[in-house]
Design a protein around this ligand. Structure first.
Ligand code: R5P
Length: 290
């Protein structure tokens, strides 16, 4: 089946790479706003009987969702055989339970909405905390890809004597896998609660790694608080400034500047979200899955 790839605004670069890697046509479309801020959509490409791929990473999701929905509906109305959403970063994965009475479980509602208009979903390392799989909330077939292999390769190629650091026990599995493929040791910070308001964080076996380059790895850098706090612990333990690697660099507000100021040796992300820190390319990984 022939494939046409459409880029939602801001996703042109990745969409172009995907189209050329899978030998697909790049879709021509106008997405703009009327003066009253409603969205106008017009597809020029022939999509009849074809697979339509919509590339739209979903940071800042609220303003992206309606144009995405309209584009998918327009493609279907023009006879597209199916619409496949490539969302390298998948939003609304964190509010996955009711923490306080009256709260909405937005991860479920968001999943339901996407599942209503996309026939398949491709994404990278969605934040699974309490869920084991995104199929618990998405009802369409989902292909979940992992950046661990790409991150390991980047570390192997760029860092001498790395030691990987997990900020907390939650990150252990993930950090262990990256470390193993990078052929590097890893440590996970340990939290010991001394009282209601007193938590002590220790860096285990710190003496062993004083001459190593610490590499902090996490799935999301949002406010960067997790990384900034971890850098503080590493500094106090006498370690070198760490290289901070995130799969998804959201960098909310001034997070990027604050992370630099906190003493990050370097900040590196994959290009699931466009940012000057993008050094790890995901196009081949997605293209091979498509
Ligand atoms: C938490 O469970 C995640 O793995 C990340 O550690 C977290 O989302 C990072 O958020 P922030 O940058 O706001 O600390």
């Amino acid at each position: 089946m022939q494939t046409v790839v459409f880029a939602l605004p801001g996703n042109e670069n990745l969409a172009g790479k995907l189209a050329s890697r899978i030998n697909a046509e790049m879709g021509e479309v106008t997405i703009r706003q009327f003066p009253d801020k409603e969205t106008y959509i017009r597809i020029y490409s022939d999509v009849k009987g074809k697979r339509v791929i919509l590339v739209c990473t979903l940071n800042n999701p609220d303003k992206k969702l309606l144009p995405l929905y309209f584009l998918s509906q327009t493609a279907k109305a023009l006879g597209a055989d199916c619409t496949c959403l490539v969302a390298p970063y998948l939003a609304y994965m964190r509010q996955d339970k009711q923490f306080k009475p009256g709260e909405g479980i937005t991860s479920t509602y968001f999943a339901r909405f996407i599942s209503n208009f996309a026939d398949t979903l491709f994404t990278l390392d969605p934040h699974l905390h309490r869920l084991h799989s995104i199929s618990e909330i998405y009802t369409v077939p989902c292909m979940v890809l992992h950046a661990a292999g790409l991150i390991s390769a980047w570390i192997r190629d760029n860092i001498e004597r790395p030691v990987l650091i997990g900020p907390d026990s939650e990150s252990e599995q993930w950090v262990e896998a990256v470390a193993k493929n990078a052929g590097a040791p890893f440590i996970v910070l340990e939290k010991v609660r001394r009282g209601d308001r007193e938590v002590e964080v220790t860096v285990p076996q710190v003496e062993k790694y004083q001459e190593h380059s610490p590499v902090l790895v996490d799935d999301i850098i949002s406010t960067a608080r997790t990384m900034i706090e971890t850098i503080g612990h590493l500094k106090r333990a006498g370690m070198k400034p760490p290289i901070c690697i995130g799969v998804h660099g959201i960098f909310a507000g001034n997070a990027f500047e604050e992370l630099k100021a906190a003493g990050a040796g370097a900040i590196v992300t994959t290009n699931t979200i466009c940012h000057p820190t993008n050094e790890i390319e995901i196009a081949d990984l997605i293209a091979s899955a498509l």
